[in-house]
Design a binder for this molecule. Sequence first.
Ligand code: GLV
Length: 317
Amino acid sequence: MKKILITRKLIKSSEENALRLFDVKLNQEDKLLSKDQLIKESNNCDGILSSLTEKFDSEVISKLSTTVKIISNFAVGFGNIDIDAAKKRNIAVTNTPDVLTDATAEIAILILLGAARRAKEGIKWANKKNWKWSADFLMGKQLTEARLGILGMGRIGRAIADRARSFGMKIHYHNRSRLDKNLEKNAVYHQSLKSLLSVSDFFSINCPANKDTRHIINKETIKHFPDGAVISNSARGDMIDDDAMVEALKSGKIYSLGLDVYNGEPDIHPEYLTLPNVFVLPHLGSATKKTRTAMADLAVKNIDEFFRTGTCKNRVN
Ligand code: GLV
């Protein structure tokens, strides 16, 4: 039986699933493992089922037990793993696409609405109990007929577009390549980021985190948005230069921001917590029982497939 380290606690049924297939080392207390602990715990393991809370940089990868042949990430994003370093050591890296698309799109819409309709201020007022309705109380921005720019039109970007269409939004996007007509569904393709930003009354970040997309929303690119744009990020914190964003939120260039992901999670830029026009959630994108179970089962299945067949459909390196 292959020996597998599962770095974080999973939903019980998924752990039982893993226990049927592998000799499993569980993290019952769900403690965050440091780099040194990860390296130590990998001893004699054939595979690791990892979470986005562990960073497998090239140093960690180089020190993992030589028995490790696969890192199965319990996430669709894999920016926490240096996949090239893993490849050099002949370690396969896999992810969990598709199963979290709908749940993540729901959260993307929630943060877009939360930012546009001033939910943070509204919750604060409601909790104070001394609010008073008036014709101009907490007026926000309406999604209907506005243009939504989507950066990254993969599965999640397209699921957000489907939901946004039902709000009456007009969809624009920028992607590495233009989509086929049946996937595009009349969304307007922009070859350049600058062109997309210039029409984005609303903007949703849904591209992968990598060296090309790091801080792609920065002091320079923010200038291209229409004044008073609403931005949301449900992908990874890396895409936003937080200091530039805070400045734009304070000046009103950016009307409001909805966030589910952060640079250096679980830390959050302190001004995002104090500014009234930033609506924040603690990385809840895939957090439904249905989705987390499907993700964990897929992460287990990826390891099983890899050891049975020598390859895996969801391999990313
Ligand atoms: C969640 O953020 C994921 O990448 O699965």
